[in-house]
Design a protein around this ligand. Structure first.
Ligand code: NAD
Length: 301
């Protein structure tokens, strides 16, 4: 079985690497966090002390990092991994970053004779654990085809959106819409509760009605309505407000380059900025936007 060097073992990368190890790949894992490395070892990966150690003998490199700067820092520049990898290596970057950064990575890899795709994901931590992510890929079709083995272990739906960077465009459009329906769902649920309805009953009704959407049906932000989602555990884990703000920033930047109108996304970004003004809130799952709509104790109708 092929050897994979895996970088970034956080909320998403941790379970993705674990699924690859479970499927029989040799996974050489590296993260800046010792705690993440210890968990990766318990999950069947080989923890590495450095990026250089992880890529020794690797057929593929997969990364799941928090930002474009982290991705560029790992791969680009004189000391970057792209200059150290043999030309047969396949690079799959699953991080959510700008289309420009992804395109730069793809084109630099091609100049060095490597194959690379951007492969950001949707589905959240539950889908990462279940190996049921949705991958949106950009890059050369031959590289996309070569990536099918690991992508099918980690995901249930795999799309080729177009050339290098196209996966990231699909991803930011998706997350723009996600932020809009999550904030709208939180607003509607709070209105119902303020009017005396039970949030669970209201959710059940709207799930069978025209207000149904992924945030309501799969990731309900109102505590007590659903088990095994961040709202059931104080909004811990999941997809942080900080990462959602990053994605909305990428979407707004993209909108300005194509002169696109994105007023709903701008409003959602504004709400997340207000909510994320405290560092504590920035680390909570993005469904904690529900707290923005909660009526402060003592405020009467
Ligand atoms: P996270 O913060 O939990 O994990 C990121 C990990 O990367 C951390 O463990 C960090 O130590 C590590 N890291 C940072 N720089 C590194 C480097 N140079 N080398 C090795 N490791 C490094 O983040 P996450 O929630 O797992 O998200 C990762 C990416 O996936 C982000 O781009 C995010 O936007 C995207 N994403 C997240 C979700 C979600 O639900 N959490 C869903 C879809 C996409």
């Amino acid at each position: 079985m092929e050897k994979i060097a895996f970088f970034g073992l956080g909320n998403m990368g941790g379970p993705m690497a674990a699924n690859l190890a479970k499927a029989g790949y040799t996974v050489a894992a590296f993260d800046l966090s010792p705690t993440a490395l210890e968990q990766a070892q318990r999950d069947g990966c080989q923890p590495c002390d450095s990026a250089e150690q992880a890529i020794e003998g690797a057929d593929m490199v997969i990364s799941m990092l928090p930002s474009g700067d982290a991705v560029k820092g790992l791969y680009l520049g004189e000391a970057g991994l792209l200059r150290q990898l043999p030309s047969s290596t396949l690079v799959i970057d699953c991080s959510t970053i700008s289309a420009e950064d992804a395109s730069l990575l793809g084109h630099t890899a091609a100049e060095l004779g490597l194959r690379a795709i951007d492969a950001p994901v949707s589905g959240g931590t539950a889908a990462a654990q279940a190996g049921r992510l949705c991958f949106m890929c950009g890059g050369d079709k031959a590289a996309f085809d070569a990536a099918q083995g690991p992508l099918q272990v980690m995901g249930a739906k795999i799309f080729h959106a177009g050339a290098a960077g196209a996966g990231q465009v699909a991803k930011i459009c998706n997350n723009l819409l996600l932020a809009i329906h999550m904030t709208g769902t939180a607003e509607a649920l709070q209105l119902g509760v303020d009017q005396g309805l039970d949030a669970g009953v209201l959710s059940e009704i709207m799930c069978e009605s025209s207000g149904n959407n992924w945030s309501l049906a799969n990731y309900n932000p109102y505590p007590g309505t659903m088990e095994c989602v961040p709202s059931a555990k104080g909004y811990a884990g999941g997809f942080s407000v900080a990462l959602m703000l990053k994605d909305l920033g990428l979407a707004m930047d993209a909108a300005s380059t194509s002169a696109s109108s994105t007023p709903m996304g701008a409003l959602a970004k504004n709400l997340y900025q207000l909510h994320g003004a405290s560092e504590e809130n920035r680390q909570l799952d993005f469904s904690s936007i529900q707290n923005m709509f909660r009526r402060p104790a003592g405020r009467q109708a």
